[in-house]
Design a protein around this ligand. Structure first.
Ligand code: ADP
Ligand code: MG
Length: 291
């Protein structure tokens, strides 16, 4: 049977906005040593603003933004919301013949009977659209129309207020290793990780690459200390498989997707990464009572 103090621990956590789905996760949290973060929406606000638009060839900047906004009209990715907001105009459903999300890469759509791709370099490569790279300015959305490069949109996100404090608190709580996984560009990812004091970064990952990275980190954790546990923290856009694979899957509850909240073992009600160290602390106190 489950000792009563476990319920005390779960109750104590819920009073500070941390939902723990079972006493086994409380026990795992008490032994968390590797903490792996998704970047967008987890360590950053996940609300992007468009900071620059650059059109090439026959396409004007207004057209580029209109095409991108229509292509992104059905996506619930935070990047899509920023493009629609920058466009500001009404979206005409009649202009959109088709739209599909390419997980971790962008959008493939048919707008005004033309194939429109909006996303990263990998998506452009798959279509054979020649794109150029740029100095670090933010996350870059490349746009191709009928296989021809048409320009790019620069978007910027900001790290959460408490993200640096959250990493420092985890280190104090005994986390051996902090890691950030992201589908974003390496230069953007490294700048964010350096500003937060995160130990390791793996960038330009596809959703399935994130699962492979977590598996490798689980292996490394087992080698370093088989009793230590690995937590993955994500906002859930494409994160459900990784949340499931980690010893402890932690989801952001306010902005996170339903799929993530479902897949997670622990849900942070207010999306603040600093809650993770608090969850570990509640778990440790609970364990001390049990032992
Ligand atoms: P993260 O790992 O940071 O949470 P994702 O895996 O969701 O990011 O996406 C990785 C990259 O794929 C983004 O940085 C972006 O370049 C591209 N991308 C993903 N979704 C979209 C979209 N809806 N529109 C344009 N680009 C996208
Ligand atoms: Mg994400």
């Amino acid at each position: 049977s489950v000792p009563l103090s476990f319920f005390g621990g779960i109750g104590g956590a819920s009073r500070i906005g941390i939902l723990v789905k079972g006493s086994n996760y409380l026990e795992a949290l008490a032994h968390a040593e590797t903490v792996v973060f998704d970047k967008t929406g987890t360590l950053t606000n996940g609300t992007f603003t468009v900071t620059a638009i650059h059109a090439e060839g026959d396409t004007t900047e207004d057209e580029l933004l209109a095409l991108a906004a229509h292509a992104e009209s059905l996506s619930n990715h935070p990047i899509a919301a920023s493009v629609r907001q920058a466009y500001a105009g009404p979206l005409d459903p009649a202009r959109i013949q088709q739209a599909e999300e390419v997980s971790g890469q962008g959008i493939r759509a048919v707008v005004d009977e033309r194939e429109v791709l909006v996303g990263n370099g990998r998506l452009m490569d798959a279509a054979g659209a020649a794109w150029h790279d740029y100095e670090l300015v933010g996350t870059i959305l490349h746009v191709a129309v009928d296989g021809v490069y048409a320009g790019h949109i620069v978007i910027a996100d900001q790290v959460k207020d408490d993200a640096a404090a959250a990493i420092a608190a985890l280190r104090k709580a005994g986390a051996r290793k902090t890691v950030m996984l992201t589908g974003d560009r390496a230069d953007v990812a490294e700048a964010v990780a350096a500003s937060l004091g995160i130990d390791e970064v793996r960038a330009e990952l596809l959703p399935q690459d994130k699962v492979a990275q977590v598996e490798a980190l689980l292996e490394a954790q087992a080698q370093a200390n088989p009793k230590g546990r690995l937590a993955f923290v994500g906002d859930g856009i494409n994160d459900a498989p990784v949340l499931t694979r980690a010893d402890i899957g932690i989801a952001m509850g306010a902005m996170g997707s339903d799929a993530a909240i479902e897949a997670a073992d622990v849900v942070l009600m207010d999306d603040r990464p600093s809650q993770i160290a608090r969850a570990i602390s509640v778990a440790r106190k609970t364990m001390a009572i049990v032992w």
